[in-house]
Design a protein around this ligand. Structure first.
Ligand SMILES: Nc1ncnc2c1ncn2[C@@H]1O[C@H](COP(=O)(O)OP(=O)(O)O)[C@@H](O)[C@H]1O
Ligand SMILES: [Mg+2]
Length: 253
């Protein structure tokens, strides 16, 4: 039974005018077997939430707590968070020139498992994962994210998800910039992941489109640094029809 618990999380970033509070008390519990979608307008703090849980140094936690299976995530280094079972697919994956996809994946897998994967099965696993995401085996010789199309970046993130197989996956706008075929392929990857025992998914998205392929158990409306409303999948339909306006009107943006 694994569970990610975010309680009253406050996060600031350093700006030229001093610290600016972005997250203003986020509370969210993702138990295993659950998929939660976070939907919100641009600039509401969705990526800040993802980065803060993953441990990006740019973000300062000023209050609240994050625990995974009762362990204090905020005390962990980024590496320790990954080893504990947290995975983040970034909205804008970074280029790592000179590091091949194959090396990157192997290094990540070794760091997370504490030992290098067995070479024979590993190569098979990598090729299988790339194949599931409709990426050619030669893809593994390319530099990480360098010159990747938007769709290739996102598919590569989901290949990582498959190979690293964390407990909780935080997917930040994994649907953005995908054409309909790539969206299906990526969604199938996420569905394979969450079809396993004991997995949690936090799916951050701007659009309801991906929720047709990945049905969430819970939908949270995220506005001005906090959860403004929570509900079931039907809340996404309502957002599609009505937009975020009614929430923005009530929030101090
Ligand atoms: N370094 C920074 N300096 C100033 N503002 C920042 C910084 N980083 C993020 N922000 C602000 O934090 C808010 C939330 O950003 P973000 O988490 O990326 O939102 P979302 O992912 O929901 O679009 C935005 O208003 C953004 O301008
Ligand atoms: Mg974002």
């Amino acid at each position: 039974m694994s569970v990610l618990e975010i309680k009253d999380l406050h996060v600031s970033v350093e700006t030229e005018d001093g610290p600016k509070e972005i997250l203003k008390g986020v509370t969210l519990t993702i138990a295993d077997g659950e998929t939660h979608a976070i939907m919100g307008p641009n600039g509401s703090g969705k990526s800040t939430l993802a980065y803060s849980v993953a441990g990006h140094p740019k973000y300062t936690v000023t209050g609240g707590s994050v625990t995974l299976d009762g362990e204090d995530v905020l005390q962990m280094s980024v590496d320790e968070r990954a080893r504990a079972g947290l995975f983040l697919a970034m909205q804008y994956p970074v280029e790592v020139p000179g590091v091949s996809v194959a090396n990157f994946l192997r290094t990540a897998k070794t760091a997370i498992d504490g030992e290098a994967p067995k070479l024979r099965t590993w190569v098979k696993d990598v090729n299988a994962a790339l194949g599931h995401l409709d990426l050619d085996p030669t893809f593994s010789q390319r530099s990480v994210n360098e010159g990747f199309s938007g769709g290739e970046k996102k598919r590569h993130e989901i290949a990582q998800l498959e190979l690293l197989n964390p407990k909780v996956a935080i997917l930040d706008e994994t649907d953005s910039g995908l054409d309909i075929d790539a969206l299906k392929i990526v969604s199938e990857g996420v569905n394979r992941f969450r079809g396993q025992e004991g997995k949690g998914v936090l799916l951050i998205t701007h659009y309801t489109r991906i929720l047709r392929y990945i049905q969430p158990d819970y939908v949270h409306v995220f506005v001005a640094g906090r959860v403004a409303e929570s509900g079931g999948a039907e809340l996404a339909e309502q957002l599609e029809a009505e937009g975020y306006e009614k929430y923005l009107a009530g929030a101090a943006v």
